[in-house]
Design a protein around this ligand. Structure first.
Ligand SMILES: [Zn+2]
Length: 119
């Protein structure tokens, strides 16, 4: 069961990076790739048209590995990962839902993504 489409605000820990997403939260994902298992984030996927970077572009550093398609952003001040550009669907962002203001994941299905098995 999805939620009404709504705009959610998010930020890194220091507040330098601020963003908004618009989504109905069809699902949340966790991933077992070498990156995700270390940062242990729960994510929601949104198309780039549903993503707004409100502040902090100059604070974002991109980390890339393996195929160098995905771009994993983190705040260079506080080190928090707020979102990344996805590898298989590079016009989409994966959003760290723990960075969203007042977000309650109750009732949203959680899917395990098999990142480690991807070539
Ligand atoms: Zn920060």
């Amino acid at each position: 069961m999805t939620r009404p489409v709504q705009r959610y605000l998010g930020a890194c820990h220091c507040g330098g990076v601020r963003f908004a997403i618009t989504t109905d939260f069809p699902e949340l994902t966790q991933c077992d790739c070498s990156m995700c298992k270390r940062r242990s984030a729960t994510m929601v996927k949104v198309h780039e048209s549903a993503f707004e970077l409100l502040a902090g572009a100059e604070l974002l550093t991109a980390y890339q590995f393996h195929t160098h398609t995905a771009r994993h952003f983190f705040c260079k001040v506080c080190g928090i990962y707020p979102f990344h550009r996805k590898r298989v669907t590079p016009d989409n962002f994966g959003i760290n839902v723990a960075c969203l203001d007042d977000f309650d994941p109750t009732g949203i299905p959680l899917r395990q993504a098999m990142g480690a098995a991807m070539p």
